[in-house]
Design a protein around this ligand. Structure first.
Ligand SMILES: NC(=O)c1ccc[n+]([C@@H]2O[C@H](COP(=O)([O-])OP(=O)(O)OC[C@H]3O[C@@H](n4cnc5c(N)ncnc54)[C@H](O)[C@@H]3O)[C@@H](O)[C@H]2O)c1
Length: 254
């Protein structure tokens, strides 16, 4: 089992990997021997993460792109293709959220979050699947949310996009399974990423209510989600495809 978790420098492209859950997944994959290719919008954040990883002796490349933009994903996939890196997997992690009720929601805000959370997964999968089909034991991990399997107050676009990610994952697992490409989604519950901590600091999250609905009575640390993502990428998960891996401390079991 442990040997199946090990990687030999194969590249894993992680969107939104400069911070939060994406960074934790990239760190776990690097520890396992992968080359992480971290994609994000802010070069300074990416450079800081790369320096931190390289100081630990890990292999890490960075690429600046807004994955909600088709042309940026096109530039990224061309760069990876020409880089000589052997791509084993992509982790579609970049995402955002905001609070609103549907009848107050302007079209631009709907489209903006659709682009970040769902169009990005389409662009990434479309551009990388040809490369992945040439790889040995390839996979895709899409980061959805518990709010992709249940609803939540004042999050119409988020719930719609994450539900879309969960079912797009199943659909891709059907089309590409026969060619050996595994596709899975991870649905985190409340996780203490920089974004989530920002909501807590602004008083937008009632921590007592969050703890009350989680059976383990606490939110997750980012590495508790990142480790599950890394497992799904690895050959230890070789018979897992189309799965919706809920990692929520028991939030959605009742
Ligand atoms: N934190 C939680 O409680 C939680 C719960 C469920 C699901 N998730 C999901 O996990 C994923 C990661 O969330 P997080 O909490 O770690 O967020 P985060 O904001 O802390 O980190 C996400 C990273 O993605 C980057 N990013 C955002 N939009 C991007 C874009 N268009 N192009 C490139 N990079 C982009 C951000 O700059 C940031 O570096 C998201 O898809 C989120 O919906 C998070």
């Amino acid at each position: 089992m442990l040997s199946k978790l090990k990687m030999q420098g194969e590249a894993v492209v992680i969107t939104g990997g400069g911070a939060g859950i994406g960074k934790a997944a990239a760190a776990a994959l690097c520890e396992m021997g992968a080359t992480s290719v971290i994609v994000g919008r802010t070069e300074s954040t990416l450079l800081a993460t790369q320096a931190e990883f390289r100081a630990k002796g890990w292999k890490c490349e960075i690429f600046v792109a807004d994955v909600s933009r088709e042309e940026d994903v096109g530039r990224l996939s061309q760069w990876v293709e020409q880089s000589g890196l052997e791509v084993k997997a992509i982790v579609n992690n970049a995402g955002n959220n905001f609070s609103a009720t549907l009848h107050e929601l302007p079209t631009e805000r709907w489209r903006e979050l659709m682009a970040t959370n769902l169009d990005s997964v389409y662009f990434m999968c479309r551009d990388f699947i040809p490369m992945l089909l040439r790889a040995k034991a390839p996979s895709i991990v899409n980061v959805a949310s518990t709010f992709g399997v249940i609803g939540n107050a004042k999050m119409p676009v988020y719930c719609a996009t994450k539900g879309g990610v969960v079912n797009l994952t199943r659909q891709l697992a059907i089309d590409y399974g026969p060619q050996g490409l595994r596709v899975n989604s991870v649905c985190p519950g409340s996780t203490l990423s920089p974004r989530y901590k920002g909501y807590v600091d602004k008083g937008l999250v009632n921590m007592d209510a969050v703890r009350a609905r989680i059976m383990l009575a606490r939110p997750a640390e980012c590495d508790e989600i990142g480790d599950v993502i890394a497992f799904l990428v690895s050959d230890a998960a070789s018979f897992v495809t189309g799965a919706t891996m809920v990692v929520d401390g028991g939030q959605t079991i009742h």
